[in-house]
Structure formats: structure tokens, C-alpha cells
Ligand binder design. Sequence first.
Ligand code: GSH
Length: 418
Amino acid sequence: MSRLIQVVTTYAFTTGVNSFHILSTIPTVPRSFIASNSITSMQMSATASEVTVPSWADLTSHSSGQTVGSVLNNEVESRQNGHGSAHVQSKLRLFSSSNENPQITLFRDHAAWCPYCQKTMLLIEEKEIPIKIEVVPMRSYGDKPADFLRMVPSGLLPALALEGSDGRKQVITESQVIMELLDRWHPTSEGYKKMLPDENDKEGRAKYDKLARLERELFSCWCSLIFRPEGPTLANVGAGFMGMFGKKDDKNEISGAMSGFLDCLSTVDGELTATPGPWFFSEEHPTMIDFVFVSHVERMLASCAYWKGLNLRSEEMKQKYPGLNAWLDAFEKKEYYLAFKSDYYTHIKDIPPQYGPSYDGGFEEQRKVYSKMIGGQDASWSLPLPHDDPIQPLYRGKSYRTTVRYKDNCSHILMFFL
Ligand SMILES: N[C@@H](CCC(=O)N[C@@H](CS)C(=O)NCC(=O)O)C(=O)O
């Protein structure tokens, strides 16, 4: 069953709106798709003539009479004024600023799929930088507006536009450049948190550069593991991962790509355990390098479980990578991180259109289990969706927010489900 249908139905449960009517309002779902993919007997037995189709306005009005609905409606209003908690649909973030018209605008992707936009937004939220936000579709979602292409001919996101006093715009691309400039323009002397070591802190800068290279190395190891057919297994390089194997006689066999990825993760873990807190630097808050890493690590968690049977958040992996797991736990305590984090199902659907086809491999027995759990095959999902998902911490108490994200974006995401 499609995750979309399931989450929309959950939204209905949460708000008290009849699920059948909600399903009926998804404009482009063919009835045959609903009949063959949805599971309630009410849906299965209904005929087209019985369907009533309330508008979103009707549903909004109905939901405002419900507790959760009215909280969400208030959040929308607050968001429109630049306030409230972080949200992927915010177009204005003012934080404590009294200037209601910030001169900088971040252009990021409409679907919140782009990892480079995500890391930039996380830095903005942690630093609480007042900013305007425009959303632009990625190629996989449709054509970019001509205005944006005139400004950024490569079409790449994110982009930052800086409006001068004469109304002219200066445009900056490349997430790391954008993040560094945002940090420089919002210094600690004005009460903003520091995101990079000071320029005269040679040791700190050298550590940042080393970590930035390590992030690219991890990314490259992940690409070799997920987006290329996995090569032959090598005997005896899997020691220490014995619990991961289904069969006794192949317990020490692991591919070169898997071994390279796991080794690189150990280096990352070593960097994280070397500081007193959960972050890469000894600050009490995450800094730029944490954001540079986390958006791709998030995609690694979902893709490694789904295509390779490697669950980096399992109890066994918590022992093997304690620094990495403590770092992820610390991120998941931050509301703004949860606002931009995607669930595993979304990632396994959004990764191939962006990175190309992915290959099954790795730990086969676990792969079959996780791919069912994430992908929902063979009725492995049941309603209502759990608040405590066993493999993805996102859902702890947060499922209604995710549901609303799907609901708000349903007409765009349908093409990836049909
Ligand atoms: N090196 C760039 C990479 C940016 C990038 O690759 N952006 C992708 C999205 S993840 C993009 O805009 N692709 C064009 C598209 O899909 O429309 C950065 O760090 O900003």
C-alpha cells in the first residue's frame, strides 16, 4: 500500500475527518489505484456514485473545530508572519528581528529533497538568521521558473540573493559558500552563534578543512556502495559485524565497497567521540560542519537499511558507532532538524531520481526485512501508523507533522507513487 494513502488516512484519524472523504479529494488518483491499493472495507465496497468530495477549504474549516486542527491552523498563521517553529513551508523567518523585510533571500527546493538546501536551512535555523525564503522545483519535480534561471543559469539550488540598497541583487551559489557568508554576515558580536572557527584559529580551521574532506570521502564511499553494483565479497574483512550475517559460514564476508564505507564511518565516529559533547567541535551547539555532514548521513541511514540491510541505528551499530549515534540523537532533539528531516520511505523514493538507480546487496537477510519495513511490501504496514517506528526515530511523536507535510504536498508527490 502506498505510504501516501496511509499517511493521508492517518491525517484523517488525527483530525477526526472521515478518511474515505479525504482519499476522495486527492484529485489525480485513479479510482482503480485507490481500489487496488487502499485497504479499508469501506473504501473497497464504495462505488464512484457514493463518493462525496469536500474541498480543502471545507476540510480546513472542519479541522479548525478539532484540537490538533486548530493548533495547526494557528501554526500556519504564525508561520506566515515569519514566526513559530521551523517548517519546510516557511517563506519568512524573522526570529527576534523587528525588521520585517530582511534583505537576503534563500532559494531552496520546493520538495525539501535537496541535501544542500537542507544543510543551509539548518544553519539558518540554528543561528536564527532573519531571511526570506523562495521555493523552486528541482528538475525531477518540474521546470524551473524563467526568473530563477535568469538569475542562476545552472539552475542549481540552493542560491542566495542579496538585495542592495539600490535594489540590485547579488546572487551567490554553492551551499558551503552561502553558509560561510551567512556566518560572516551574522557575527557573534551581534549575538549570533559561531559556525566556523575564527580565521586566526589555525588549528580550528585545519580541523574544519580535514572534516570537510572527510565528509566528501564518506559521500564518495556511500555512492560506491549504493549506486554501483556491489563487487565480490572479501573473506575476513567483515569481522566485528558477525551479528549482521544470516549464515554462519559467510559471517566474515563483506564487499570492498561495504568495507570502505564502514571504515570511513569509523573515522567519522572517531572524530565525534573525540569531543566532549555530541558535535564535531567542542561548542555546545552544532556548527557548520555538523550540518554539512548530517543531510547526507540522513540519506545514508535510509538507503543503507533499504538497499543493503545495514541499520546504522540498531543496538549493534550503537556499540560500533557510539559517536555517530549520539550525534544523531542530539540532532533529533532539535525541532528545526526534525522539521527538515525526511522519513526513510521518502528518501528511498527521492534518492533514485536525484542520484540514479540503487543496487541491492550487503546483508541479504536484513535487507529483506528492512526493505519490507520501509517500503511497506507484503502488508508490512498496518493502520494506524506507529508513533514509535522501530527503525526511524523521526516518527517518535512526530508522525502528524510528517502527515501534514504529505497532505500539503500531495499533488506533487503523487507522480512518484503511481
Ligand atoms: N555543490 C552544490 C551542489 C548543489 C546541487 O547539486 N543541487 C542540486 C539539488 S541536490 C540541484 O539543484 N540540481 C538541479 C535540479 O535537480 O533541479 C552545492 O553545494 O550547493
